[in-house]
Design a binder for this molecule. Structure first.
Ligand SMILES: Nc1ncnc2c1ncn2[C@@H]1O[C@H](COP(=O)(O)OP(=O)(O)OP(=O)(O)O)[C@@H](O)[C@H]1O
Length: 247
């Protein structure tokens, strides 16, 4: 059944510097092993989304290098990078059906070959959307819309998946369901996954490695279990304590 095959790519950010106009300067150094699952955590405004946007190519660094799967992608536009990204919401085109939104992952003009159509059907089945192919996004639940975004990621067959708080607009049950689905796809396909999240439960359930971002830089990286069991850096414990107090 599985026409979707993919494996992960390693990722390296070497002395990446970046600043938004008028904003503070940020600097990122990071090495991620192929097929790792990485949670990116840190205070609001610390730079988690910016880090993902730099990897995806939506923002360009002032200096430094980004290497994915051994290829220097620093100067490549987003669509030429071996990366897919899912945002918190607004991942879909409102005027296109589920099947068309997924099909865009294969061809921006929706000129699909037989093989493309088969891949779209596979991805729709994999994400539990069979029977909903002709619906428009407005006729879907929030969780189903995120599944469509995930199905599109699957047909793109990129070895790196970036998730920017993809469950933040979903209730806890749907968020868990979506996380389980991503975990299952990861087990099957081994893509490298980086996920920005504020939720330690998501990090614990899904990630092997935790990256802690503070003040525009990565201040710590290590095994998720170690960080979440209170054996990480003191700053991370303070962040978790403050985060839990807010909830
Ligand atoms: N397009 C932009 N233009 C100017 N400044 C921006 C822009 N996007 C983000 N910033 C600023 O850059 C800093 C880092 O933002 P970023 O969105 O990366 O943080 P974050 O850790 O993802 O935050 P959150 O957890 O709230 O989503 C913040 O101070 C933010 O205000």
């Amino acid at each position: 059944m599985n026409r979707i095959t993919r494996s992960g790519a390693g990722l390296r950010l070497e002395a990446i510097t970046f600043a938004y106009p008028g904003g503070a300067s940020m600097r990122f150094d990071l090495t991620v092993e192929a097929s790792d699952t990485v949670a990116i955590m840190g205070p609001s405004g610390s730079g988690k989304s910016t880090l993902l946007s730099l990897i995806a190519g939506f923002e360009m660094p002032a200096s430094g290098r980004i290497v994915i799967g051994g290829e220097d992608v620093t100067l490549l536009p987003p669509h030429r990078r071996p990366v897919s990204m899912i945002f918190q919401e607004n991942n879909l085109f409102a005027h296109l059906t589920v099947a068309q939104n997924v099909g865009l992952g294969r061809s921006p003009s929706l000129r699909l070959t037989e093989e493309d159509r088969a891949a779209v059907a596979d991805a729709i089945a994999h994400t539990g959307l069979a029977g909903k192919e002709k619906r428009l996004p407005q006729a879907l639940s929030g969780g189903e819309r995120q599944r469509v975004a995930l199905a599109r990621v699957l047909v793109r067959e990129r070895p790196v998946l970036l998730l920017d708080e993809p469950f933040a607009s979903l209730g806890p049950a749907l968020a868990d369901e979506m996380l389980d689905l991503i975990a299952a796809l990861h087990r099957e396909q081994g893509m490298t996954v980086l996920m920005a999240t504020h939720d330690p439960r998501d990090a614990e359930r899904f990630s092997r490695t935790l990256v802690f971002v503070e003040g525009g830089t990565i201040s710590a990286i290590g095994p998720t279990q170690k960080f979440l069991s209170g054996h990480g850096p003191a700053a991370f414990d303070r962040y978790l304590g403050a985060h839990r107090a807010l909830r």
